[in-house]
Write a protein that binds this ligand. Sequence first.
Ligand code: CCH
Length: 288
Amino acid sequence: MSQPGDFEGVRKDIIAILKQKGYDDGSAGPVLVRLAWHASGTYCKESDTGGSNGAGMRYEAEGGDPANAGLQHARVFLEPVKDKHKWITYADLWTLAGVVAIKAMGGPDIQWKPGRTDFADDSRLPPRGRLPDASQASDHLRHIFYRMGFNDQEIVALSGAHNLGRCHVDRSGFEGPWVNNPTRFSNQYYKLLLKLKWKPKKWDGNFQYVAKPPGADEEDEDLMMLPTDYALIQDEAFRPWVERYAEDQDLFFSDFAKVFAKLIELGVYRDEDGIARADKMKAFKGSY
Ligand code: CCH
């Protein structure tokens, strides 16, 4: 058991669980980033519901949403950290783990603030269907991300997280990594989107794009893009941002740090001193 408020201790223990021999590409990092994103990405600006408060994925109604398939691995990886630091809320732990993982994989420093509260029961969970559907295109991306309060530039910057990790057929119905080194944060995703010849994958599974990595042999694993990834270069307002981030990794890192910090604050109400106030949060008071 550690001292309440010892976030440095929590950060160290998150770093210690990142290496996971035998799991995916040997790292829990990518799936932790996805956990932080799915915990936050249910936010609706208009009704001020959903978001990173509550840690609703602990309950079947949200955790069992097919959109969240596979994220139980991330939650299980974090259990020893929660066990050692019992005072931290799951909602804080999940968002902090995303931020720590990004930094440890070579990404930028992202501002993180504590104060999220866990729901005491499952009566305030956001409805299903608020997370994006990978088989759709740019109008769907705008519909989902504008609802959270993001603009076109922020949508493209956030999508750069697909530089990490991979798709799993048994989780999403898609398959493969986006880049050669999926445990190293960089702007490679944008470069490959523009540079490789993406072709529809020949299989019975979901429609997705594939390409061989540069200099690959026939037996090397294909790289992939989801229809929503490919939409970023088809859409005339998104594409210029893909081009800028492909050219300028520093710009991408700085924009990504800002937008990810905004993502994990969605649904968190803070007073003028920056203190989170659960009593002021609609999700804790009202109904949907
Ligand atoms: Fe994502 N993502 N994501 N994604 N995602 C998947 C995996 C990861 C979409 C669909 C999928 C963001 C945006 C989108 C990560 C971070 C972010 C998968 C494969 C699908 C499908 C899941 C599987 O099979 O395990 C769609 C659609 C969007 C629309 O924009 C954003 C935003 C972020 C973070 C900022 C990460 C990381 C992964 C890899 C997870 C892993 O387990 O390796």
